[in-house]
Write a protein of this length. Structure first.
Length: 190
């Protein structure tokens, strides 16, 4: 994991991707486009969690003025990006024993395979696959909401995983009905 010069950027360890909206933007109420993904981080991955906590602390320091801090002090009651899956998503087993961060950006993130080749097939990067994420933290103060947000930079897919969201693959749904080339010949000759 590396941090940039102001130490608010983190390259995560292996995470699981959820709520993947990285190929086509979601349109917010204000009409702005937004790309996003939830990064599920194992609680045992202390290296990633420590790097995120340090980057959040650095973003607080860098954003004292924006957050309304006085005399160089960080105000309390800030919204923070790192969440405990056992508390905040207790009904979702994918988040059990995990921490998570929701990362967003206005421009489409770079998305690559582990060999560095761009992912073009949008079905190849999905909720449930695993990989690394490049994220950055920054202060926000909007309409009385103050805190530290997580910006999404880039994503790298390492491996497939069980898809999240309960949707079955077409191959699985129709496994008993899928015909082979031999079946087609039998029907033709039939």
């Amino acid at each position: 994991m590396t941090n940039n010069t102001n130490n608010t950027k983190v390259i995560t360890g292996k995470v699981r991707f959820s709520y993947v909206k990285v190929f086509d933007p979601e349109i917010e109420k204000n009409g702005k486009e937004n790309y996003s993904v939830s990064l599920i981080i194992d609680k045992k991955d202390k290296k990633t969690l420590d790097a995120i906590e340090k980057a959040v602390d650095n973003a607080k320091q860098a954003g004292i003025a924006k957050l309304g801090g006085k005399n160089g002090k960080i105000p309390g009651n800030l919204k923070l990006p790192l969440h405990d899956g056992d508390e905040d998503r207790e009904d979702d087993e994918a988040y059990a024993g995990k921490m998570f961060v929701n990362a967003k950006c206005r421009t489409r993130p770079g998305i690559v395979y582990k060999n560095g080749q761009p992912i073009i097939d949008t079905t190849d990067f999905y909720s449930g696959c695993y990989g690394y994420a490049s994220i950055s933290f920054y202060a926000f103060n909007t309409d009385g909401n103050k805190g530290i947000a997580c910006g999404l930079n880039n994503l790298m897919k390492l491996e497939d995983g069980e898809p999240l969201g309960g949707r079955a693959k077409a191959e699985d749904d129709f496994a008993a009905l899928i015909q082979t080339d031999e079946d087609d010949e039998d029907n033709f000759l039939g």
